[in-house]
Design a protein around this ligand. Structure first.
Ligand SMILES: [Zn+2]
Length: 173
């Protein structure tokens, strides 16, 4: 009789218990879900999305340049700075670009310090108002039209009669 199968199952069960006890992924933010919730699925999005996104962004920098490999502690320390960028309306891709652009040719001895310096030194100002890229001039006026009834100029989306003429009963020509 071979006890390997039973052994195996016991090992899996205890591994799962460990996972449940410590949680697979630490969640940043105020509301800390129960260890069970952490083991079962992803962190809840509400409230924790910002820091989570910032931490993921930092952890992912090493994919752009292996010298930007950060320890977990470094990621924790830099997360507030990156969150600040994101809160100021800078898209994550742009933050990554700023942090990975024009890297020195020399080895980066302290990637965390290097990144902290960039994050602090190049932090853009907060947006004064929501982005207004595609918004037309605030009070967009309709084009001028010549009234077909009285030839007065009036503003409308298309040709026709002015308000006065439309209010008046149509006169026979
Ligand atoms: Zn008119």
């Amino acid at each position: 009789m071979t006890p390997t199968n039973a052994d195996h199952e016991i090992r899996i069960a205890s591994a799962l218990r460990e996972l449940e006890k410590y949680g697979s992924a630490p969640c940043g933010g105020r509301s800390r879900p129960s260890p069970r919730a952490q083991a079962e699925g992803p962190c809840p999005a509400e409230g924790t999305a910002g820091p989570r996104k910032a931490a993921d962004l930092l952890a992912g920098l090493r994919a752009h340049d292996s010298r930007l490999l950060l320890s977990e502690r470094d990621v924790h320390r830099l997360t507030p700075a990156v969150s600040e960028w994101l809160e100021r309306g800078v898209p994550p891709t742009a933050v990554v670009r700023v942090l990975t652009a024009d890297l020195p040719r020399d080895p980066i001895k302290h990637p965390a310090a290097f990144l902290a310096h960039r994050l602090a030194g190049q932090l853009p100002p907060a947006l004064p108002a929501p982005p207004s890229r595609d918004t037309p001039a605030p009070a967009r006026a309709d084009p001028l039209q010549n009234c077909e009834g009285c030839e007065r100029a009036f503003r409308a989306a298309g040709p026709g009669r002015c308000r006065d003429c439309r209010a008046r009963p149509e006169r026979a020509a």
